[in-house]
Ligand binder design. Structure first.
Ligand code: GLU
Length: 293
């Protein structure tokens, strides 16, 4: 009888110890395979760290920023920036699921929750902020025009005002909206595709006379085939690149902004550039001022 009671007491004591241990864990927040990382309870950072996985949207067709080549994994500046953030979340690189996010799909992909964030040459725009939020900027590009190397007839967006030349851009992008201000007859002159590599192919085959988007995307295609293409004139917009997250997830936005500011000064932002878009002579410039809101 006494033995039985002792066993019961021992079991109760063990249970109490176990409960205490669990309670301690909960109080300390997340602290697992992500190493010494600890995040606020209920935050996106805690969820991703606990899952040890993240789904990131990027481009698969843009050399230097997000290009899925023979390795099967996307490569580029956007991809490197995304990896820096995943690492700060304690998520290993091989637990990143990369999802292709063509320009038109980005807001939908974020609002429906099929990606946790998007790093994809994604210009911070007030219209877009109605549906998603942005951390950053982490780079500033500018819209430009790419033509065939031997074409001197196009010198800038004004060259489309006479109504003859065709230009290609991508649906859901800022450049396709901007070029409409210059093109005389949009239905016959402006050719929309869903990805920029299709525009590049259309220029190559002579279906269009030009492609317009951000200078650094075009420079990636030019570097791929220097005898084929060139830029026609100067940048004519400013395109500050942000990281898209769920609207009003201010905690996650602040967390990413802190990481970017650290990357600007510890050499990792520069390194990411030097190994990607920097290899074909695009300019990184000085770190842009982070816009917190
Ligand atoms: N940065 C521009 C945009 O976000 C053009 C590049 C792109 O389509 O990703 O629309």
């Amino acid at each position: 009888m006494r033995t039985k009671r002792a066993a019961v007491l021992a079991a109760v004591a063990a249970l109490a110890l176990g409960l205490t241990a669990c309670g301690d864990d909960a109080d300390e927040g997340t602290d697992n395979a992500g190493g010494d990382k600890s995040f606020a309870a209920g935050s996106t950072m805690e969820r991703l760290n606990e899952a040890q996985a993240i789904t990131i949207g990027t481009k698969f067709d843009q050399p230097g920023f997000g290009l899925k080549g023979l390795s099967g994994q996307p490569e580029g500046f956007d991809v490197e920036i995304a990896k820096i953030i995943a690492s700060e979340l304690g998520v290993p690189e091989d637990k990143i699921e990369w999802v292709e996010t063509p320009s038109k799909t980005r807001e939908d992909k974020i609002t429906e929750g099929s990606v946790d964030m998007i790093v994809a040459t994604y210009t911070i725009k007030d219209e877009r902020k109605e549906r998603v939020s942005f951390a950053g900027p982490y780079y500033e590009a500018g819209q430009n025009i790419m033509v065939k190397k031997d074409d001197d007839s196009i010198t800038g967006p004004e060259s489309f005002q006479d109504g003859t030349k065709k230009i290609c851009s991508v649906t859901g992008s800022t450049p396709i909206e901007e070029i409409k201000k210059y093109v005389k007859d949009v239905p016959s002159q402006l050719v929309p595709f869903d990805t920029y590599d299709k525009c590049r192919d259309a220029l190559q085959s002579g279906q269009v006379d030009a492609v317009t988007t951000d200078n650094v995307i075009l420079l990636g295609y030019i570097a791929d085939d220097e005898d084929a293409f060139k830029l026609a004139g100067q940048n004519f917009t400013k395109e500050p690149y942000g990281i898209g997250v769920k609207k009003d997830d201010a905690e996650f936005r602040d967390f990413i902004n802190d990481i970017l500011e650290k990357a600007f000064t510890d050499g990792s932002w520069q390194k990411a550039w030097d190994e990607t878009a920097g290899t074909f002579g695009a300019e990184l410039g000085t770190p842009p001022a982070i816009v917190r809101y």
